[in-house]
Ligand binder design. Structure first.
Ligand SMILES: [Zn+2]
Length: 454
């Protein structure tokens, strides 16, 4: 296959010759990517029609091979062909994590098409600590790689640069000469250095200063600590060209901090072990574009679709997974629907991802919103290294703070005043001061705000 369209992105990207790309197994990924590039320019209605066709095909397969899916369709009074109609999918009840777990073996498809390749099992605890096991095909994995590669190309990254990676599944510090697939399948890449996100922030900062990366891939919580430390020390990452985040919610505060300290915006990728790359940020507008392989419904409390500017629960349909029917799967996150993107890509837009319901503050009137805490104003009162808020009930918040010392009663009162103003309600704030870093949750994730109130 010709890769002329690859070279259009950047002349000095060190693209491998066609024979080397073939030898590296790039062809299937490039074929999918080629399809994406043709499809992403289509009008939204045409994209939706193609997705509906794929959905009908998927539903026909899953109806035969997954007893649980067949029961869901029957309960909704739907046939696979009905799903070709716009909006028909909405009559299928959402699939919760619990339902998926409890359905056991009846949930999975007993057979998936030979062309979709080997079926593998992936487990995720998510941030809820409630493990979910999903089976995915080799074909799903190819799409994961293609989406990843497209995200690199959209953001015009130079693969010859040094890449520093801190991902939740990394357990050891390692340096390797290549970024690995999919980039190494299409180009000569620079080296990659990895660190577990559980590494103390001071050590992460030393490592980064020494490695001097061109690109950084990190969990937002690690990035927040790194940026605060670099700012405190008055240090820079002089070669840095781009910052990517995955796995956790990126707050507006973090975007602002990274821009101020590192001089770069964040390119966030919305992924999950269950459904792969679900959305990536537009290189021109910053809005998130939902992948072609995904139908992302955002619904309100009553299950009605949200319009632009509205926040609701995310229901994900993975159009490629023929081993596990991930159809209207309630992944547990909230999102704000975006306006059509002026960049010309017809892919649906999400303005921002807000994380899980348990990461939103619950107001006394029962509404939920993103917990702004006024972090940038704390520095003038008392230096806090790391924080985690636990909302105990509708009036009380526990503030777990990590700092070098303990504030005076007056400083604490000032922090409380900032918190109350930022959160928009005079909550009772109870403090817990720690000298050690705060512990991470399952899978190395860290949640800055946890709502235990009902
Ligand atoms: Zn766009």
């Amino acid at each position: 296959m010709s890769a002329d369209w690859l070279t259009r992105f950047r002349r000095d990207r060190n693209l491998l010759p066609a024979s080397a790309r073939r030898a590296a197994g790039a062809e299937p990924v490039l074929k999918i990517l080629h399809g994406y590039r043709a499809a992403e320019q289509l009008p939204p209605a045409e994209l939706a029609r193609r997705q509906a066709d794929q959905l009908v095909t998927l539903a026909r397969h899953c109806l035969i091979w997954s007893p649980h899916f067949a029961a869901r369709m029957k309960a909704a009074g739907l046939s696979p062909e009905d799903l070709a109609e716009p909006g028909a999918l909405a009559s299928l009840a959402p699939l919760t994590r619990r339902e998926l777990v409890e359905a056991g073996e009846s949930f999975f498809c007993r057979i998936s098409p030979k062309a979709h390749g080997k079926v593998t099992t992936t487990s995720t605890s998510g941030s809820t600590g409630e493990p979910v096991t999903v089976r995915r095909t080799a074909y799903c994995q190819l799409h994961w790689l293609a989406c990843t590669l497209r995200e690199h190309l959209w953001h015009d990254r130079d693969f010859s640069g040094r890449l520093a990676v801190m991902r939740a599944n990394i357990t050891e510090a390692e340096t390797s000469p290549s970024w690995g697939p999919p980039c190494s399948q299409v180009a000569e890449t620079g080296p990659v250095s990895t660190m577990p996100p559980s590494t103390p922030i001071g050590d992460l900062v030393r490592w980064l200063l020494e490695f001097d990366p061109h690109y950084l891939l990190a969990l937002p919580s690690s990035l927040a600590g790194i940026v605060a430390q670099l700012e405190d020390d008055g240090r820079q990452l002089p070669s840095l060209q781009g910052v990517r985040t995955i796995s956790e919610t990126v707050t507006p505060q973090l975007r602002e901090d990274v821009q101020r300290v590192l001089g770069k915006g964040i390119d966030d990728i919305y992924t999950s072990q269950e459904c792969g790359v679900m959305a990536t940020q537009c290189p021109e507008e910053g809005t998130y574009h939902v992948s072609e392989t995904i139908i992302m419904d955002v619904v309100d409390e009553d299950g009605h679709p949200c319009g632009p500017g509205e926040v609701g629960r995310i229901l994900v349909t993975d159009l490629n997974n023929t081993a596990t029917p991930m159809v209207r799967y309630e992944i547990g996150d909230y999102a704000e629907v975006g306006d059509p993107c002026p960049c010309g890509r017809g892919l649906p837009s999400i303005r921002r991802f807000l994380g899980r319901e348990r990461n939103l503050v619950l107001m006394p009137d029962g509404s939920r919103h993103w917990p702004l805490v006024g972090f940038h104003r704390w520095a003038g009162v008392f230096p806090v290294r790391q924080f985690q808020f636990v909302q105990l009930d509708r009036e009380t918040i526990l503030a777990r703070m990590s700092a070098a010392g303990v504030p005076t009663a007056g400083q604490e009162a000032e922090l409380t005043a900032i918190l109350r103003e930022s959160l928009g309600h005079p909550f009772e704030i109870r403090y817990e001061w720690h000298r050690e870093p705060l512990a991470r949750g399952p899978g190395g994730k860290f949640e800055e705000f946890l709502c235990e109130a009902r």
